[in-house]
Design a protein around this ligand. Structure first.
Ligand code: ADP
Ligand code: MG
Length: 264
């Protein structure tokens, strides 16, 4: 018999939502004169249920994340070899999710087609697989969400729903302008996330470098605080190079190598 069977059953039962302690189990085993084989069978059943529950949680997290379920963008199908630059190791280490655990924000900055959204989505997907709630939203959709919330006087609710996910991805910053009120709401959101006491990260993608972001928000002291908070200890990848879009056609037509991309 596996010597940790009681502990494994205890851990599985905790995940399944009821706390069956080692002591209780041992007592049941003692009272019922339950032997090694029966305990092993019980352990197998509990592990099976635990795996089933884990799969259900992951699929729920993926469904609610707004990440694509069909043809998902993952770290496995991202070609890191096409990227160069001194930050490449930091980029290659993204799958460890250390940024999430260290509660650092991430920004992918660079021209269209270079893989910013792909990397952001891959990170979010990996978070889901580790059991962390993730939410993907384009900046234009966020702006609209704030407008809608204001019309219905539901600003607090809208912000709370965006504070909850451990990983919040805001894609394509700079595709719309946030008015003063929406900039203030974004500040509240960033501030409340900043004060959260658990693994948490915000991921931004943009064609514009952060020093130009002032153009897309209603610039005042609020914005400065927001940007300070976002980039306080953030990991900013400045990506340079050719678009990856159309790469396959190019390769087939001229049998060329892969376009090089540079991360500064
Ligand atoms: P961006 O957000 O920078 O405009 P995307 O992340 O949307 O670009 O990438 C454009 C397309 O190219 C997507 O289909 C993406 O999956 C693919 N792509 C970009 N870079 C890579 C890469 N290094 N490896 C694999 N696919 C990539
Ligand atoms: Mg993109």
């Amino acid at each position: 018999m596996n010597s940790n069977a009681f502990e494994e059953i205890q851990a599985a039962s905790k995940l399944l939502g009821f706390g069956l302690s080692c002591e209780e189990l041992a007592q049941i085993a003692q009272d019922g004169n339950i032997g090694e084989q029966e305990i092993e069978a019980i352990r197998k059943v509990f592990l099976y249920m635990k795996n089933k529950k884990t799969d259900a949680v992951i699929s729920m997290l993926l469904r609610t994340s707004r990440l694509p379920l069909k043809a998902p963008k993952t770290f496995e199908n991202f070609d890191f070899e096409t990227l160069h630059g001194k930050e490449i190791d930091t980029l290659k280490n993204l799958p460890t999710l250390s940024a999430l655990y260290a509660r650092k924000n991430i920004a992918f900055i660079g021209p269209p087609g270079i893989g910013k959204t792909h990397l952001a989505m891959a990170f979010g997907r990996a978070c889901c697989f580790q059991g962390y709630k993730t939410y993907f939203i384009k900046a234009t959709e966020l702006n609209q969400k704030f407008n809608d919330a204001r019309k219905l006087s539901r600003e607090g609710k809208a912000i709370t729903s965006l504070v909850k996910p451990s990983c919040l991805i805001i894609d394509e910053v700079g595709h719309c302008v946030f008015d003063k009120e929406n900039t203030r709401m974004l500040f509240d959101l960033v501030d409340r996330r900043y004060n959260k006491d658990c693994p948490s990260t915000m991921i931004f993608t943009s064609n514009k470098s952060p020093d130009k972001w002032g153009e897309f928000f209603n610039e005042d002291a609020t914005l400065l605080c927001t940007l300070d908070r976002i980039f306080d200890d953030a990991i900013v990848f400045m990506m340079k190079g050719d678009s990856y879009r159309g790469r396959t056609q190019k390769t087939i037509a001229i049998q060329a190598g892969q376009p090089a991309k540079i991360i500064e």
